[in-house]
Write a protein that binds this ligand. Structure first.
Ligand code: ZN
Ligand code: ZN
Length: 234
C-alpha cells in the first residue's frame, strides 16, 4: 500500500506528514506556526509522539521557523544535510545560503523579494540537529517508510529531497509552485546553482519519481520538470 500524504501549511511553507508503517515529517514551517501545527495534528488524528523524524529540506528560515517548537512538542528528531546544518543550529540567514534570482522575475525577486523575506523572517529559534545527512543520503526503511532521503543540491548547497518508492518526491525549493515565487509549477526561480538544480533533478528522475510535492504550493506531475529540463537544453 502506498504511504499516505498529509499536507500541512505552516505559513508560506507547505510541510508534509508521510504515513507509512512509521510517520515522518518534511520541513518545519515558517516562524510562529506551532498553533497551526497542533491544530493540524488534532484534525488529522495523530499524536505528537507519532512523528519520529523531521527531515528539513534546507536551512532557509521559511522552512525552519517553527522547527524548534515542533521538535519540542513532538519529541521528533531533526535531520538535515551537513552543509545546511549551520542555518538550523544558528537560526539565522547564513551568508552562503542567500539565494540568487534566475530569469527576469527571479532576479527581481532576488533584489526585492529576498530582502523582504529576510526582513519579515529575520531569524528562527536555533534548533539542535540530531541526525546529519551526508551526500549518500539515507534509507528510511528503519523508520518504517519505503523511501529514501536524497542529497539534491542546487537551491542551497545542502538541499535534500525525500523520494518514496511509490513515486512521490518532496523537494523543498528544488521546485516551486506558489505566487509570488512562480505562477505555474516549475524549477526554482531562486537558486544557489542552477546547474546543480538540473543535475539533482536528473538524479531524481533516475529514481523514477512521478509526483512532485514542493515546499511552496500544490503538488504537480513530474512531466512539468521533464519539460523544463528539456527546454533549457535546446
Ligand atoms: Zn529556500
Ligand atoms: Zn522556501
Amino acid at each position: 500500500m502506498s504511504p499516505k500524504i498529509f499536507p500541512i501549511s505552516l505559513g508560506f511553507n507547505d510541510c508534509y506528514l508521510i504515513q507509512d508503517d512509521g510517520i515522518i515529517m518534511v520541513d518545519g514551517g515558517a516562524p510562529g506556526k506551532i498553533d497551526e501545527f497542533k491544530a493540524s495534528l488534532t484534525r488529522l488524528g495523530f499524536k505528537p509522539s507519532d512523528i519520529e523524524l523531521i527531515i528539513v529540506t534546507h536551512g532557509h528560515i521559511d522552512h525552519i521557523g517553527s522547527l524548534k517548537d515542533i521538535k519540542e512538542f513532538t519529541g521528533a528528531k531533526v535531520a538535515i544535510h551537513r552543509l545546511d546544518k549551520d542555518c538550523v543550529e544558528k537560526g539565522e540567514w547564513v551568508d552562503s545560503h542567500k539565494p540568487k534570482g534566475v530569469g527576469r522575475w527571479g532576479r527581481m525577486l532576488g533584489k526585492i523579494g529576498v530582502p523582504l523575506i529576510m526582513w519579515l523572517y529575520p531569524e528562527a529559534p536555533a534548533t539542535e540537529v540530531d541526525l546529519i545527512i551526508e551526500d549518500e543520503g539515507l534509507s528510511l526503511i528503519d523508520l518504517g517508510v519505503s523511501g529514501r532521503v536524497v542529497y539534491t543540491p542546487g537551491h542551497t548547497i545542502g538541499s535534500l529531497s525525500v523520494a518514496l518508492d511509490s513515486g512521490e518526491v518532496f523537494v523543498g525549493d528544488l521546485a516551486m509552485n506558489k505566487f509570488p515565487l512562480r505562477r505555474r509549477p516549475g524549477l526554482p526561480v531562486l537558486v544557489d546553482d542552477l546547474r546543480k538544480v538540473r543535475e539533482s533533478w536528473k538524479q531524481l528522475l533516475e529514481l523514477g519519481v512521478e509526483k512532485v510535492y514542493p515546499g511552496h504550493g500544490q503538488p504537480f506531475s513530474i512531466e512539468v520538470i521533464k519539460k523544463a529540463i528539456a527546454n533549457e537544453m535546446d
